[in-house]
Design a protein around this ligand. Structure first.
Ligand code: FE2
Ligand code: FE2
Length: 316
């Protein structure tokens, strides 16, 4: 972490945008101090009526995932080499990354509140539960495992926000489409950052990174909202239904999981990494064979058909 801290600080401005000029949620939302506020909200609600049930469900799940940011910040602060020094480079990175991410939940939450489609109280209960439940992603305090995880996750959120953007457009909600589009582009920048950090570490500690990558793929990358629940449920009960809706809509699927893995293998040039010890070589073998195996499994997955009614969504 010390070794790549300098590199990270030099590139921080490529990965995170200046606060004064980056977009803010209010750039996209009706301004309540303007006379046309109620009219704009009416328009927003009119467009939101066209969104399919599954799309609203996925959007709420995505929003709650973004709103659980305190979990991600406090977890990253425990990673070895991050919190050693409150004023150090990694804490600076973490605070600035968190500050950028915080706009995502803020924007989506306000949109959903105005949309008229959502039982906000139920959604807020799920959000509070998710933050209280935390997550268990199997990375421990190891920086390599954590940055492999965040590389994967930022790519996954980029895909899902991008797909929601295009489905919102299809359903006639141009505003929502724009919102999810700008969020997706933040996620793409963040993905670039974390994959780059791992790429830099690979140059100096290839075997340990390879072993960490293998380990994370063996454990499978769990989604940050895997403990998602609704009122009266056990932790994780709502996550399955959220994931089903995402799979059904094609917002985030088992095939995407494999494609993200393939992207990482390519970005990190796993095939041509040199200087591996025996364990590192074995880890690479496992990694290189995994996408084909997972593709066969993904192809067999049938689209889930269960029609589940979330407490989050108002009947219209
Ligand atoms: Fe985000
Ligand atoms: Fe993100």
């Amino acid at each position: 972490m010390k070794h790549i801290e300098k590199y990270m600080l030099e590139h921080m401005n490529d990965y995170l945008k200046p606060i004064d000029t980056i977009w803010q949620p209010s750039d996209f939302l009706p301004d309540s101090s303007h006379d046309d506020f109620f009219e704009k909200v009416k328009d927003l609600q009119e467009s939101a009526k066209g969104l399919s049930y599954d799309l609203v469900a996925v959007l709420i799940g995505d929003t709650i995932t973004e709103e659980a940011l305190p979990t991600y910040e406090s977890w990253l602060a425990t990673v070895e080499g991050v919190s050693k020094d409150e004023e150090g480079g990694w804490m600076r990175w973490l605070r600035n990354w968190t500050a950028e991410e915080n706009r995502h939940g803020d924007l989506l939450n306000k949109y959903l509140y105005l949309s008229g489609r959502v039982n906000m109280r139920q959604m807020e209960i799920s959000t509070q539960y998710l933050i209280a439940d935390g997550f268990d992603i199997g990375t421990d305090r190891d920086p390599y495992r954590n940055f492999i995880y965040t590389s994967f996750q930022e790519l996954a959120t980029n895909i899902s926000h991008r797909r929601v953007a295009s489905l919102a457009k299809r359903d006639g909600d141009a505003l929502l489409s724009k919102m999810c589009g700008v969020i997706a582009s933040d996620e793409a920048r963040h993905a670039k950052a974390y994959t780059d950090f791992i790429f830099q570490i690979l140059k100096v500690d290839p075997s340990e990174v390879m072993i960490a990558f293998e380990d994370m793929m063996r454990k499978k990358i769990v989604m940050p909202a895997h403990f998602l629940r609704e009122i009266g449920q056990k932790a994780g009960a709502a996550f399955e239904h959220f994931a089903d809706a995402a799979q059904r809509l094609g917002v985030y699927t088992a095939v995407d999981y494999v494609e993200i893995m393939q992207d990482l293998i390519k970005d990190w040039q796993i095939e041509s990494v040199t200087g591996l010890n025996d364990a590192g070589e074995r880890a690479r073998d496992y990694i290189m064979k995994l996408p084909a195996r997972l593709t066969r499994i993904a192809e067999r997955i049938k689209n889930p058909t269960l029609e589940y009614k979330f407490s989050w969504i108002n009947a219209i």
